[in-house]
Design a protein around this ligand. Structure first.
Ligand code: SF4
Ligand code: MSK
Length: 611
């Protein structure tokens, strides 16, 4: 079947990546297209212009581009957070009948932490917390209230550097203003604004999104489930939920378990209704309800190609437009559900908190009614076990040992060398990298060297497919980490949730500082982050907020603008002076692992715990 934008047949992302060569102008070189005197391609050496028509230098252009990407990533995470808070406020007001305040204990803890009063009625408390959270988006002056969650030393450093975010929206808007033609034209100054914006994501939007979803849907606890296309069931009505917003999927999962739906499915010849996740919506419902995962970002089109998906629901972020062309070749109904996002060729059924139950019911009926339209079904049999559900709270509990309720035991294991350090492996899967294979190579190397690994997003799902998210994976860990994992019955690679849940990793690092023994700032910890197959601008926002928080981050694939030597010197070294952390770039997963290990050992030496 001919589809526009293809070579006469429908091809999934991997084939398209082979056909389209990455644009060399956009990657390493400094390409600016923020005004109509350009686009300008400038280089520091060799042939070609050294500055743009306006005189902009390569380092300014590279910093401007990075700052814009960070702003876009922050906007994505934080707009998602706003959506969740608005639903949360609707629940508190009693106008969202499909939802409830599930974790009231966490709500009380949050309210106490944020100084939102002690009202006995959870709805009143939720209204107060919701009001404070919504205020964080529009704050014009002062400091983001949530910045106070950072260790005092870090907060002092931000204050000294003028990096404490004001409001989330304000920082995003200011980044776009400063990167407009002819405004901020000093690379380091632009990078600092990129950092302030990213911090508004990490300590603001992402913390808010994670906290509110925990209160609404439950704080994750370790559960087992399965991942890969083999979780689709040949005899069931299969619904794949894809994107990032768990609001509608939460209701759908509950309704699908209803006897009425099973009876309806049986009436059309199916055994029942099977829901599977994709990308970060998958991580959300997996963590809380052990709903199996069809797979990560790169496999979204392949799920439809099994011929077994009656309905694919998509909301926001990381949804490939190519899905519409693929779905048109099968019986799969593709439905967009966010007011913000539509795809030509997909049906639109809009989610609203007030009508979520009715919408979910309508969608379930549509999926069931579509079952008899199936043609050929070909589901690959692979499905791998995984253990998930490691948030700030469950890690505290799992690793707490005799210090239950604190991170002291984790710190002691690091101090005595059983665990050398902690690495966050996050971000996407990218056909320009090894398409999910980098994660296995990288993580196995880290684990073999006694590094505890925390994973989120599609990186987590790639690791899960590689069999790394089960306690048995401790067999391939170094002797110290293996001993700890076996004693506690945990995997050496802990699944911490969706990409917004990188905030959980940030909070865990803050807890490690609070627990004592590993310095007084996040930059003292033997901890590093990386995104070996990043593709989304959100990954750059995440990386920059970790660096701004004092934790160095490695990037694979390519580093935008790195051909500018001046810019590279700033992002790979210069930032360390101000933040105590910087970026590093390494596309080879084995070499990336070695760099992380070297970084961790360097931090250990600085702490005097090299042994
Ligand atoms: Fe070219 Fe300067 Fe315009 Fe960028 S802002 S496109 S470098 S003229
Ligand atoms: S979904 S941002 S591909 S992790 Fe969060 Fe996966 Fe990356 Fe999207």
């Amino acid at each position: 079947m001919d589809k526009p934008g293809t070579t006469g047949r429908v091809i999934p992302a991997l084939d398209r990546a082979r056909e389209i060569k990455p644009c060399p102008l956009g990657a390493g070189e400094s390409c600016c297209r923020v005004c109509a005197m350009g686009p300008c391609r400038v280089t520091e050496s060799g042939k070609g212009a050294r500055v743009g028509v306006c005189g902009a230098t390569p380092d300014t252009i590279a910093a401007r581009n990075l700052c814009r990407m960070i702003a876009a990533g922050t906007a994505a995470h934080s707009d998602h957070a706003r959506e969740v808070v608005q639903t949360f406020c609707a629940v508190a007001r009693g106008t969202a009948p499909g939802f409830e305040l599930c974790d009231r204990e966490k709500l009380s803890r949050l309210a106490a932490q944020l100084g939102c009063g002690k009202a006995e009625d959870p709805a009143v408390l939720a209204r107060e917390v919701g009001k404070l959270f919504l205020g964080e988006f529009g704050r014009q002056e002062g400091e983001l209230a949530l910045a106070a969650l950072a260790p005092p030393r870090r907060l002092e450093r931000w204050r000294r550097l003028g990096l404490v975010p004001r409001g989330i929206d304000r920082e995003v808007v200011e980044s776009l203003h400063r990167t407009h033609m002819g405004v901020d034209q000093e690379a380091l100054h632009l990078l600092h604004q990129g950092t302030r914006t990213a911090l508004a994501d990490g300590w603001g939007g992402s913390v808010i999104a994670t906290a509110v979803r925990d209160v609404l849907f439950g704080t994750p606890r370790p559960v087992r489930s399965r991942v890969d296309l083999g979780v689709l069931k040949p005899d069931c009505v299969n619904i794949v939920v894809h994107g990032h917003e768990p609001l509608l999927p939460e209701v759908l999962v509950r309704l699908a378990a209803d006897g009425e739906m099973t009876a309806r499915a049986r009436a059309v010849g199916a055994a029942g209704v099977n829901i599977a996740g994709m990308c970060c919506t998958a991580n959300e419902i997996l963590m809380r309800h052990d709903v199996p995962v069809a797979s990560h970002f790169l496999q979204q089109e392949l799920a439809i190609i099994t011929g077994a998906v009656e309905l694919m629901l998509v909301d926001v972020q990381c949804v490939m437009q190519g899905l519409a062309a693929v779905a048109a070749c099968y019986h799969t109904r593709l439905v967009t559900t966010s007011e913000k996002a539509r795809i030509k060729g997909a049906r639109h059924v809009e989610f609203s908190p007030a009508t979520a139950l009715d919408t979910a019911r309508e969608l379930l009926y549509a999926a069931i009614d579509n079952f008899p339209n199936r043609r050929r079904v070909d589901i690959p049999p692979q499905a791998v076990e995984l253990v998930t559900g490691f948030g700030q709270e469950s890690i505290r509990h799992a690793l707490g040992g005799r210090f239950r309720g604190s991170y002291r035991m984790l710190n002691e294991n690091i101090i005595n060398g059983w665990i050398r350090g902690v690495a966050g492996v996050v971000g996407c899967t990218n056909p320009r990298a090894a398409s999910g294979a980098s994660h296995g190579v990288l993580v196995r190397e880290l684990v073999a060297n006694d590094v505890l690994v925390l994973v989120t997003g599609c990186a987590a799902l790639a690791c899960a497919r590689d069999g790394l998210l089960v306690p048995e994976a401790a067999d391939s860990a170094g002797p110290g980490l293996r001993e700890v994992c076996e004693a506690l019955g945990i995997p050496p690679v802990l699944h911490c949730g969706s990409c917004v849940d990188n905030s959980r990793i940030l909070m865990m690092a803050a807890e490690m500082v609070r627990a004592g023994g590993l310095g007084e700032d996040l930059s003292d910890l033997p901890v590093a982050g990386c995104a070996p197959e990043w593709m989304s601008e959100k990954a750059l926002a995440v990386g920059q907020y970790f660096i701004g928080s004092g934790i160095s981050v490695g990037l694979g694939v390519y580093f935008p603008g790195a051909d500018s030597k001046e810019f590279a010197a700033q992002v790979f070294e210069g930032l360390t002076q101000d933040y105590g952390a910087a970026w590093f770039f390494e596309p080879d997963p084995q070499a990336l692992a070695r760099k992380i290990l070297a970084h961790i050992e360097e931090k250990r030496r600085a702490l005097g715990i090299e042994g």
